[in-house]
Ligand binder design. Structure first.
Ligand code: ATP
Length: 478
């Protein structure tokens, strides 16, 4: 289906109506760029997190998982470079007082130019950002007469850097309080535990440490629903390697992560692409984004970074503790190099919903029109796998349906419902994204068969009641 801002608004409303995503503290009118996951959203998010965790820690015998704290020693963030340089260049419009990230402002302007002019402007911007040339960026905005969408004027302040970390105080007594930060990425919790894990797990290079958890960024321009949040969840893996082998492992993880998005997340090839970084972060010698085609365009889903030995060396320098590895194969001590894969869990949820959401219309046999809104979430990720529906509330059908639920519910998420017509119940399951529904009817009492209905094709077939569980298990493990 074609995507536009109307579809995106419908998707946002749908996500709320069917218990996926709510605005945080909605009864108090919400909090900007903070969201809560409802019953279906939380389960979808957990299924995606579990799929990632399994791919990393279960399917690779040299990758282990940890769970580090959100709070870390404040020196961590000096060593990592976040205190000095975790910032975005911003500009304010003096009339509307609206603040913009300059890259967003210029990108939005470029969208209204011809493809050639737009690309040239973006290229110029990327060169200037790469050189940290804030004056040059301001000049570019002035030269192109870029205006604020609220005031319609080009009355701009200078471009300034704005640090994205949230800070707070540790301890209850003001004197003793020291400033600490809410982690802006989970990666540093992995780096500071490098030796703990390597020694206790007797890990041999190459090996990886994976982690999922919350991260916080004071994003100035928070927009596009759960795409850019102030509190979000990351799933990161740091792969520790021998210096000199970074190119080989960088290429390996690029290919592997793209494969994962296709095979495990079920994203079509046409909605995924690589985007090489022009401006490399201070720690990287190569970096690429895996981009997804969201309803509002191509945007970053995951970053793959060749981080060199920057992080471990910096922590070594600031902590004055050796963070090295003795490689018995080459009889050498060294600070390992790192390839990082870093994906946003919330962005994966949004990509999944965007890919799954469809408004369908068709003509019935009698010539009348029918329609439905359906979430075609892959069976392995869908929050509820199976709906069990007795045709009526009488004649012992609910009891049989309950037996099916009881037989399946230890293995996967089931839903029982007896209210409303079967047609209405199917539509509700379509809207929630439940891939399978079985209906128990009078024939079930005679021959032990039920009707199974497939969400995507809406096809129905009769199968033995005993086969239901195995059939769903096969589909969700496939
Ligand atoms: P962007 O350019 O979109 O701000 P980034 O390059 O700063 O992202 P990274 O620091 O590489 O992002 O973080 C790794 C991943 O974490 C991103 O690919 C994204 O999926 C996720 N992520 C980063 N910031 C946010 C956010 N504010 N809200 C939701 N997810 C985020």
């Amino acid at each position: 289906m074609a995507y536009n801002s109307d579809t995106f608004q419908s998707l946002i409303s749908h996500a709320k109506e069917y218990g996926y995503i709510f605005q945080s503290s909605e009864i108090y009118d919400g909090l900007a760029a903070v969201y809560d996951y409802g019953q279906n959203g939380a389960q979808l998010k957990k299924n995606i997190r579990d799929a990632w965790w399994k791919s990393m820690t279960q399917l690779n015998d040299n990758i282990v998982g940890i769970d580090a704290s959100i709070f870390m020693h404040p020196t961590t963030w000096k060593a990592s470079g976040h205190v000095d340089s975790f910032s975005d260049p911003m500009i304010d419009n003096k009339d509307s007082k609206k603040r913009y990230r300059v890259d967003h402002l210029i990108e939005a302007f470029a969208e209204n130019l011809s493809a050639e002019e737009g690309a040239a402007l973006i290229h110029q911007m990327e060169q200037l950002l790469a050189a940290d040339d804030l004056k040059g960026i301001k000049q570019l905005i002035d030269d192109n007469k870029i205006k604020c969408s609220v005031s319609g004027t080009a009355n701009w302040t200078d471009v300034r850097q704005f640090n994205l970390m949230f800070s707070t105080e540790l301890g209850s007594v003001a004197d003793e309080a020291s400033t600490i930060y809410l982690r802006p990425e989970t990666a540093q919790g992995i780096f500071v535990n490098f030796l703990n894990v390597q020694k206790t797990g007797r890990m041999k290079i190459p090996f990886g440490i994976a982690q999922t958890g919350k991260a916080f960024r004071n994003e100035i321009v928070a927009r596009q629903f759960i795409f850019r949040m102030r509190e979000f969840e990351q799933m990161e893996m740091q792969y520790f390697i021998r210096p000199g082998s970074q190119k080989e492992w960088y290429d390996f993880w690029k290919a592997e992560r793209l494969r994962w998005h296709k095979d495990v997340m079920g994203f079509p090839v046409g909605r995924l692409q690589f985007h090489d970084h022009v401006k490399l972060a201070h720690y990287a010698d190569a970096a690429v984004d895996v981009e997804f085609h969201f309803p509002f365009g191509w945007k970053e889903l995951e970053g793959i970074h060749s981080r060199t030995d920057y992080d471990l060396s910096r922590h070594q320098e600031f902590s004055k503790k050796k963070l090295q590895y003795f490689d018995t194969e080459i009889n050498q001590n060294y600070v390992p190099y790192v390839i990082e894969t870093s994906v946003g869990l919330d962005r994966l949820v949004l990509a999944t919903l965007s890919n799954a959401y469809a408004e369908e219309k068709w003509q019935k046999e009698d010539g009348s029109e029918d329609s439905r809104v359906v979430l075609k979430i892959p069976a392995n990720l869908a929050p509820t796998k199976l709906a069990v529906l007795p045709l009526t509330k009488k004649d012992g059908l609910p009891e049989i349906a309950r037996d099916i639920v009881n037989n399946c519910k230890g293995s996967f998420q089931c839903f029982y419902e007896e209210k409303d017509s079967i047609g209405k119940r199917y539509r509700r399951m379509d809207a929630i994204g439940t891939p399978f529904a079985v209906t128990v009817d009078h024939q079930t009492k005679e021959d032990g068969t039920v009707t199974i209905r497939y969400r995507d094709s809406m096809q129905q077939e009769r199968i033995a009641m005993q086969e239901v569980k195995a059939k769903i298990m096969d589909a969700i493990l496939a």
